[in-house]
Design a protein around this ligand. Structure first.
Ligand SMILES: *[C@@H]1O[C@H](CO)[C@@H](O)[C@H](O)[C@H]1NC(C)=O
Ligand SMILES: *[C@@H]1O[C@H](CO)[C@@H](O)[C@H](O)[C@H]1NC(C)=O
Ligand SMILES: *[C@@H]1O[C@H](CO)[C@@H](O)[C@H](O)[C@H]1NC(C)=O
Length: 319
């Protein structure tokens, strides 16, 4: 019950805030050591022989978050805005996973937009709420911020790359929390898995004032022709986006080029997740009761084993 008491006190003291999110003194600055991350589901892949219901979450994203000390609440894609607002006020961060849906017309994109706008408003009001986007999640964030799709096709379908870190990387919140030797490995070794056809090119990023003002580029990559952004974080919001797949190294096992399972790739996976979870610990949203929290957690669902040759070895499916 402690958590609910602390959260109520945090809300009471929130009105005394005058600093930027997360900087305020007092109770609301205490870390929430029982964070819950919402992971957004998306429309089932066409022809998925294991699918039932209408949406899924790849279990690797759930394990990724759990392995860094958070619990997971799945977020379905057909909820009303009121239902999403209620979920938003119950969770401590949002993860937008990889996948293959339309970034402007899918139910996934609709839900992502609702949460993105809620998170903008919350952070502006001193209620620290982090968002993490991976691959499609990265792309979705770029579409939401630019309010249009500026992505371009690249030859990056199945390749492991070293990150070309920018000068801003060292002092960034995300990479600043990494051990120095790991950051060096990320720069030197081909340990980031890329499985995307679309990318945000440096050219389009630089030409778009909204994107430029919103995000700091932490790393880039190239397919040999186009330079694209592989990692970025928002200047003024706890929003983070990776075009690569940190969750695959420890948790996906399809034998395919671009897949990496080295010790440093798994360390990089853990440090990204741990960073995101540490951000979620600065948020004090909570469910209205333990029973409601219980009903929302991913433990109420079982992942389906899809075979060792599947892109996602296990998926959760939802009605
Ligand atoms: C979402 O789908 C589930 C299962 O089909 C259904 O029970 C629920 O009422 C739907 N919610 C909305 C808002 O359509
Ligand atoms: C820039 O964005 C447009 C979409 O607005 C896209 O068609 C084009 O390929 C992009 N160019 C580059 C170099 O990224
Ligand atoms: C390693 O990354 C470089 C780009 O820095 C790329 O040219 C090369 O193909 C990659 N090698 C492998 C085995 O993926």
């Amino acid at each position: 019950m402690r958590r609910w008491v602390a959260a109520v006190l945090a809300v009471m003291t929130a009105s005394l805030w005058d600093g930027p999110p997360g900087r305020a003194a007092g109770l609301s600055h205490q870390l929430n050591i029982r964070p819950i991350i919402g992971i957004l589901a998306q429309e089932n892949l066409p022809g998925d022989p294991f699918a039932y219901g209408s949406s899924y979450i790849a279990a690797s994203y759930v394990k990724y978050v759990e392995g860094a000390g958070a619990r997971v609440v799945p977020i379905r894609i057909n909820c009303t805005e009121e239902e999403y607002a209620k979920i938003f006020n119950s969770i401590n961060g949002l993860l937008l996973p990889g996948g293959d849906v339309d970034l402007q017309t899918s139910q996934f994109s609709r839900a992502a937009r609702i949460f993105y706008n809620l998170a903008l408003r919350a952070n502006e009001a001193g209620d620290y709420f982090p968002i993490w986007g991976t691959c499609q999640g990265f792309q979705q964030l770029s579409v939401l911020t630019a309010n249009k799709n500026l992505l371009t096709l690249t030859d990056t379908k199945a390749v492991a790359l070293p990150l070309t870190l920018t000068t801003a990387a060292q002092s960034s919140r995300l990479f600043g929390s990494f051990p120095k030797d790991l950051l060096q490995s990320l720069a030197d070794e081909n340990i980031t898995s890329n499985f995307h056809s679309w990318s945000l090119s440096m050219q389009n990023f630089s030409r778009n004032a909204r994107l430029r003002r919103f995000y700091k580029v932490l790393s880039t990559n190239s397919d040999g022709k186009k330079q694209f952004i592989s990692t970025m974080e928002a200047h003024r919001y706890p929003f983070y986006a990776v075009q690569w797949h940190p969750e695959k190294s420890p948790f996906e096992w399809i034998e395919k080029s671009g897949m990496v399972h080295t010790i440093n790739s798994v360390r990089a996976s853990f440090y990204t997740a741990s960073f995101f979870v540490s951000e979620a610990m600065k948020n004090h949203h909570c469910f209205s009761s333990p029973a409601e929290e219980d009903r929302a957690l991913i433990y109420n669902f079982s992942p389906i084993y899809r075979g060792i040759k599947a892109v996602f070895v296990q998926n959760y499916y939802f009605d």
